[in-house]
Design a protein around this ligand. Structure first.
Ligand code: CTP
Length: 402
């Protein structure tokens, strides 16, 4: 699990996992583990066809409880066919076959899983897997459209090579996509209706056509902020420097390379957002006159002239409206409090998150961070070293006044 997706805020939540008969049914075990890692309690139902591919015992051994199978299995609770609807917060069907999708669309209830889904009062999260011909069949198209219209969270299957050797759309969605949609379905939507802008990652400033000036930022902190805000219902735009990380499709992603590109992209959306959070490690300077041709060695000492990049946050801070909430980061190697205070004022911030990049477990590339947080009202806290996902969650809590 990538560190910016590893949230653990779901203790006390129950997620029910429905598994249908598909060669990809074994992946439901991995999904179960991923969801359990959040603190959520998992239970499961396997259809009779699913039990041809994986066994209830596999799910039980990994801690899912209860695990349902046959409708009239005597070991199951008498009213098991109604169960998850009574106390599960979320219901995920992965993989969902063409047959189960058809049953969901029509409201059939002839096995444990279809009864339980019909009795479940909230939107389902549905992740299909099937042969592309089954997926493209007119009946499946209609059934899928019906489930979308009903407000279920319908995750499109992916394209690629199928187990049967055919190519096309029908592969089980990447597990991270299902995992995040499952979490979002059980997360309090306390950031719903807010538009959030986040800058993240480094910038690259070209020196010639093959070299650049940059820093080791991986974008982990910004990605954790973006995903946390999206899980909590915000409408998120992430302006990403060159980073190797995936974001869920619900987040609007703008990829940029240089500080000037990041500045332009951020300026384009700034006036429309309610919250802007600048976590990018922007290069303050760029080589002047970058060459379109590769620089050749052998000319003795190399002197590079730099010119200043725009300070994105400081410039946009001057355009901030009364209603907008502005969050900045500070990467420091000393005098953390004083430098944070100075940046809070100079950049007209509502909140600043400062970290000492030389401290253990902090800064670039780590999955953890130890930060000092200060706001414009004078509140200040020093947090211990925490997962970046936890730092992100707490930053949004602070912004919401929780
Ligand atoms: N920032 C920005 N544009 C820049 C430089 C910084 O938007 N050209 C933002 C960062 O995203 C961060 C905040 O300003 O939210 C502080 O960045 P930091 O690198 O800590 O400080 P600088 O303002 O660059 O000052 P210095 O490097 O002198 O500490």
């Amino acid at each position: 699990m990538q560190p910016y997706l590893a949230f653990n805020h779901y203790l006390g939540k129950r997620v029910h996992l429905g598994v249908c008969g598909s060669i990809s049914a074994f992946k439901a075990l991995e999904l179960l583990r991923m969801l359990q890692g959040t603190g959520a309690h998992l239970s499961a139902t396997l259809t009779p066809s699913a039990m041809r591919f994986v066994t209830p015992l596999s799910f039980e051994a990994l801690g899912a409880a209860p695990v349902y199978g046959e409708m009239f299995d005597t070991r199951d609770a008498l009213y098991g066919h109604l169960d998850p609807g009574q106390d599960a917060d979320g219901f995920v069907i992965a993989p969902a076959t063409a047959n189960t999708i058809a049953k969901l669309a029509c409201g059939l209830a002839d096995d444990m899983l279809s009864c339980q889904t019909l009795a479940f009062p909230h939107p389902l999260v549905i992740a299909p897997a099937m042969n592309p011909r089954l997926w493209n069949a007119a009946a499946t198209r209609e059934n899928w459209a019906k489930l979308n219209e009903r407000g279920h969270v319908c995750i499109e299957p992916e394209c690629g090579a199928m187990a049967c050797g055919e190519e096309g759309r029908g592969r089980l969605p990447q597990l991270e996509r299902i995992y995040l949609q499952a979490l979002r379905a059980v997360t309090r939507q306390d950031m719903a209706g807010r538009k959030v802008l986040i800058t993240l990652g480094p910038t690259r400033e070209p020196f010639d056509c093959v070299r650049f000036w940059s820093n080791p930022s991986t974008g982990t902190m910004g990605a954790a902020l973006a995903v946390a805000a999206w899980l909590r219902g915000a409408d998120v735009t992430a302006i990403c420097g060159p980073v190797d990380l995936w974001l869920p499709e619900g987040i609007t992603r703008v990829d940029v390379s240089t500080a000037r590109e990041m500045f332009e992209a951020a300026s384009d959306v700034f006036s429309e957002v309610d919250v802007a959070c600048f976590s990018a490690a922007v290069a303050d300077y760029r080589p002047a006159n970058p060459s379109a041709e590769k620089f050749k060695k052998g000319q003795g000492e190399l002197q590079v002239q730099f010119e200043a990049n725009p300070d994105i946050l400081k410039t946009l801070g001057t355009r901030k409206s009364q209603q907008q909430f502005l969050i900045g980061f500070a990467a420091e190697s000393g005098q953390l409090d004083a430098n944070c205070r100075a940046k809070l004022t100079a950049k007209k911030l509502d909140l600043i998150v400062g970290n000492d990049v030389t401290a253990q477990g902090c800064g670039f590339g780590h999955s953890t961070n130890g930060v000092t947080v200060l706001d414009a009202k004078g509140r200040m806290e020093i947090w211990p070293v925490l997962a970046k996902t936890e730092v992100a969650w707490r930053v949004w809590d602070w912004m919401l006044g929780l």
